[in-house]
Ligand binder design. Structure first.
Ligand code: THU
Length: 144
């Protein structure tokens, strides 16, 4: 992935923040994933008065991608911060989102976390979710 592609993905995540529905936490998150085709799919966090039904921005982006036929994602970008404020400080994907990302990506997936409106940090999904349980662990049961 080129530096330009990375910056484009992070910028898509920053822009997706404005779509958030976060009346309870007032924490706005945007996410963007890149599929095999090179296309970008975005998501924002969508909260619910029954709090546990809240969906994070990363999962909304992944579900958009899968709905469009993309099941092999190469990169994800996340941008978070207080609603109405610029991005300030890193937002890392939560545990549930790490698991969902790993369903549709390899461990070398690029994870980009915006730290401001013009900077980001980069890690791999494998470093965020080591020794993961995934589709491979259910292969034997499916062969039965
Ligand atoms: N949130 C995300 O959308 N992604 C993350 O990686 C962390 C948390 C959302 C969920 C909730 O709407 C708000 O941020 C506060 O937890």
């Amino acid at each position: 992935m080129t530096r330009q592609e990375k910056e484009r993905l992070v910028q898509a995540a920053r822009e997706a923040r404005s779509r958030c529905y976060a009346p309870y936490s007032h924490f706005a998150v945007g996410a963007a994933v890149q599929g095999e085709s090179g296309n970008i799919y975005t998501g924002c966090n969508i909260e619910c008065a029954s709090f546990s039904a809240t969906c994070c921005a990363e999962r909304v982006a992944v579900y958009h991608a899968v709905m469009a036929g993309e099941k092999c994602l190469s990169a994800v970008a996340v941008a978070g911060g207080a609603q109405g404020d610029p991005v300030r400080g890193r937002t890392a994907p939560c545990g549930i989102c790490r698991q969902v990302l790993s369903e549709f990506a390899a461990s070398d997936m690029t994870v980009l976390m915006a730290v401001s409106e013009d900077a980001y940090e980069e890690v791999s999904l494998g470093s965020l979710l080591p020794m993961s349980f995934g589709p491979k662990d259910l292969q034997d049961t499916n062969d039965m």
